[in-house]
Design a protein around this ligand. Structure first.
Ligand SMILES: Nc1ncnc2c1ncn2[C@@H]1O[C@H](COP(=O)(O)OP(=O)(O)O)[C@@H](O)[C@H]1O
Ligand SMILES: [Mg+2]
Length: 373
């Protein structure tokens, strides 16, 4: 059954819209072996975009290895995921591995386990440890395979910000960078959310990944691209929506792609034949209700100071936290407490540091807090 709108999974046809410029850029970088770093807040469409660019470049015969390292907690966790993806996605048969990864796989005793995830039937854990392989050997594997296959490899790593959380992360980053930058036949596309972490990894001079590749910041999909899509989806389900409601949908969720899709879906459900003021209001309430549990969980353990800090941000205070009047008005404690609050609240991803100062990144969380605080 075709869905009216999609959210929570990467967008594909017919739901993938816009992004022509970003697609072209990514494809060009893939083609010429230019490393790319793609950042945006969560659920703006990074995974959807890279998936699509990857599909298109694969159709042109390029070899791409894609992996998601969200679940990796340490350097060797990462190496296991990395090597498994590289092996699985560069060769289709075991005997092919024997040639391609000669010198590497002989030391492995892969454990194949049934996955609890019903989508994939098994998972391979290669059993790589510091005793079996050095980091250099693992990180050089793609270059060796590329040479043996006489081709270029593109490696896409989703949720790359996780690397910043590994124990002894800086040394890990140094190792990755120093090996990757000398590879001639392999290029990398590293993408992730958690902007404070991605920015730290890639845009601070003192960090190993500084200037590793071209940095692309994903912009929101504009209204003019949403209009024909949303109207088309309504039409496909026998309903209608005027442009002004589409603008309201986009505005209220600050153009965050996933929420635009989710809210459009609710508006569609609440509209009998055509979107109206009532169906729009009902849909917004519905969106808040659907996110209620997540937001409660995100905020229930906050301290009084942290809640006060949220109140200040909600009132539009974005940078003047140090001022005595503000600290008193919101009861934020000492200036050093403010520093701690900024760090802890950013790490909890309740607030984000932008050019405009500190803001609440999630537009629906903002609506929700507006109601309860
Ligand atoms: N190009 C797009 N066109 C339409 N909707 C999109 C697009 N990209 C993302 N979305 C919406 O945003 C959601 C999250 O996309 P995803 O690619 O998983 O984001 P990210 O990887 O940045 O977290 C999708 O489920 C979909 O609802
Ligand atoms: Mg993603």
């Amino acid at each position: 059954m075709e869905q009216p709108f999609v959210f929570g999974v990467p967008a594909e046809d017919p739901h993938f819209i816009g992004r022509e410029k970003e697609m072209a850029r990514l494809e060009t970088n893939f083609k010429y072996g230019v490393n790319t770093v793609l950042m945006s807040p969560r659920r703006w469409g990074k995974t959807s975009l890279v998936n699509r660019a990857v599909r298109s470049i694969k159709e042109k015969g390029r070899i791409v290895v894609q992996m998601d390292i969200f679940a990796c907690r340490s350097e060797y966790d990462f190496y296991n995921t990395f090597a498994a993806a590289v092996l699985q996605q560069t060769a289709s048969r075991i005997d092919e591995w024997k040639n391609l990864a000669k010198g590497f796989i002989e030391r492995l005793t892969p454990k194949i386990s049934l996955s609890p995830d019903p989508g994939t039937t098994y998972s391979v854990s290669l059993g790589i440890t510091p005793k079996t392989h050095t980091p250099e050997e693992i990180l050089s594997l793609p270059e060796i395979i590329a040479e043996r296959k006489n081709s270029e490899l593109i490696i896409c790593i989703d949720e790359f910000q996780q690397v910043g959380e590994f124990p002894d992360s800086l040394s890990v980053q140094k190792r990755l960078r120093s090996i990757w930058q000398h590879q001639k036949h392999v290029s990398y596309c590293l993408y992730g959310s958690k902007l404070h972490m991605m920015t730290r990894l890639f845009q601070r001079k003192s960090y190993p990944f500084y200037r590793f590749g071209e940095v692309l910041n994903l912009e929101p999909i504009p209204l003019q691209t949403w209009i024909p899509y949303i109207q088309g989806r309504f039409m496909a389900f026998g309903k209608k929506i005027e442009e002004k409601y589409i603008k309201q949908i986009c505005d209220i969720v600050s153009y965050q792609a996933s929420y635009v899709q989710q809210l459009s879906y609710s508006v569609l459900l609440f509209s009998e034949k055509e979107a109206t003021d009532e169906s729009f209001i009902q849909a917004v309430d519905d969106l808040l209700a659907q996110n209620n549990n997540v937001f409660i969980e995100q905020t229930q353990s906050l301290t009084t100071y942290q809640l006060n800090f949220l109140r200040a941000v909600l009132d539009g205070v974005s940078s003047r936290f140090g001022e005595a009047a503000i600290r008193e008005q919101y009861n934020l404690g000492s200036p050093s407490n403010i520093t701690r609050l900024k760090t802890s609240m950013t790490e909890k991803e309740l607030v984000e540091l932008t050019e405009k100062g500190i803001v609440i990144g999630d537009p629906v969380l903002k609506l929700w807090l507006d109601k309860i605080l």
